[in-house]
Design a protein around this ligand. Sequence first.
Ligand code: ADP
Ligand code: ZN
Length: 740
Amino acid sequence: MAVIARVTVDAAVRKELDYIIPPEWLDKIQVGSRVKVPLGSREALGVVTALLDESPHPNLKPIIKVVPGQAPLTPSVLNLARWISGYYCCPLEIVLKTVLPEAVRQEEEGWKERLVVRPVAQVGEPLKLTPRQESILKLFDGKAEIPLQQLVREARTTAASLRRMEELHLVTITAGVVERDPYAHETIVPTQSLGLNPAQDNALARIREALDAGEPKAFLLHGVTGSGKTEVYLQAIAHALQQGKGAIVLVPEISLTPQTVERFKARFSSGSTATLVAVLHSHLSAGERHDEWKKIRQGRARIVIGARSAVFAPVESLGLVVVDEEHEYSYKQEESPRYHARDVAVYRAKLENAVTVLGSATPSLESYYNAQIKKYSLLEMPSRADHAKMPIIRVVDMREEARKAKGPPVFSLKLREGITARLEKGEQTMLFLNRRGYASSMQCPKCGYVAGCPNCSISLTYHRKEQRLRCHICGHAEKAPTECPEAACKNPAIRFSGLGTERIEETLQKLFPKARVARMDSDTLKRKEDYRRVLGDFKTGKIDILVGTQMIAKGLHFPNVTLVGIIHADLSLHMPDFRASERTFQLLTQVAGRAGRGDVEGEVVVQAFTPFAPAIQYARRNDYAGFYDAELEFRMQLMYPPLARAAIITLKSCHEEKVRFSADYVKVELEKGLKSIVDLVIAGPSPAPLIKAETFFRYQIMLRTRNMSALAKMLYPLIGAIKLPEDVSMVIDVDPVNLH
Ligand code: ADP
Ligand code: ZN
């Protein structure tokens, strides 16, 4: 009989602690339970991570209390958390903070309780009711219950009068749980399975086979935009449900729109199964999140759709995990634990014998490589399901345009003509530029002054409407000067260069004064409602041209959009990142996927100063495999992912000397400590691409090896043992996606 509980407390103690379980709690405690324990002179909450018969430590203190209700953490998710801690080099207590949402970490069970009134069916001799009482009872009109507060309001009565009715056994008043359902106000029309085309049919058959076999198989579903991947997910989920298994669907936060959620709810939530689908995303209130989470934990919701952290949803007998748009970088968390939800999904599925389906029109090189080496099974859906044609992609050489126009124009002739034609036909256009603001830098042509951020090593972006210069890294803002601020210069002819979305919008309004133009980027969309409103207006045709950053590139369906313009395709190509080419290819392909989803064939105009770059040309020909081969060649030469795995160690300090010195020292320690990893490459230390950010100087060391699990195992304790000066900090990012 276990009498000791090992607990990970919600505090930075970096180890698990043992406590005695008092007899009264023995049958209430499980692995995964939340408990309150003494910690020094304080009390703290924590999670039970193991039950033991004895402990190696003397003088244990008893647990103070067990949080009532079901243990929030399932043993399998706890195993997953342990793996994340080891692989991503992060303390377990920090992993558990991500795994268990704040809303279910509380000391009390967080259901919202209210008093509800229920009418009592009258038997025998009818009571003599007052007209008042009669009218109150009439309000129920078939309803089983009405919350007390609401009834008081609607009936213009008092709680005391209702209590009097309770004494007469006309009604009962009890505490009831009121579930907060974020989608309660939406009416959703149920949908039926579509008849599948052969490519979909084959994909589904393979997934069903794996589900039936109960094997932890991972599939890469490579299907062009509009090939009907979602329909395959839906029918695969239906199959898992029939087997009594649950499913998790991960989508990038940005595409977790009401449209997406509705497609899943519409298929699975009819009548009695209204709670079958739970939704988890960052815009839920704490109460909503708590209730959605508990619905999953209690097994009432069997399907979970959510962003990154939904990979931790406590679904029991998990059958299927879908990761839609698996190439998306937002699946990687950019703070501790720096996990990648796609990789965690595959690992979780392996632990629980579930099937994983990774879907994308532009798979990450990592996933496609895994399919090539047969770690994943490849499913291909090369054509659109709705028989819409793939759009025509035209690449415009902006060097030519600049020569003709004596300076680079915002829009090429091709794009201007295209927009004019769409406006005449009443069709819509989307323009895409991955940079907000008006101009990306402010320079003085006379003395060479460039307005830079005082805290970061980048130039400030000019925002014209508010007449301010802003740093897009740290948020620093200052008034835009009207003349060169250099005391010796004071040139009034200060210039702005580098296009931003604000400038595109302005130029459009000048060129097409009658067009209805809207801009969508994080400057114009301050609230979630703004996003919905602009998209709604675009969908209903109140907007002709939508300008935006990558926000508008993802997963939206607008059948009337027949032209997509990419203003500056090379922007992402020249980033100091080995994935720059891959990102550009993905971006162009995804953006192009927005064009021509209806009956009219779409057109994409790509403006580029390096029009023959492979990423642009392969995207133009819609040749994923060609791009993959060329790109893999380049990665192979440098032993970059996917041929090896990488980890980046970043050191930060306000003092550049100190951080450089510390980085050299860390490298020496790594070389000493990691000798046994034969294929290890240790590159650097070198200044990070953004050498200064938010006042900190940053140096990086990059490690590359084919055996990251072995490396992580050694790296984590090694790094923990390195002593650095107090004002130098260090973070490890395993499988980084963001190199600056
Ligand atoms: P993807 O997720 O691959 O981008 P979608 O699932 O959004 O593609 O499908 C694109 C369009 O094709 C949707 O309007 C969908 O309803 C339709 N569709 C999917 N499968 C079929 C099918 N088998 N028959 C007819 N239409 C389909
Ligand atoms: Zn800054």
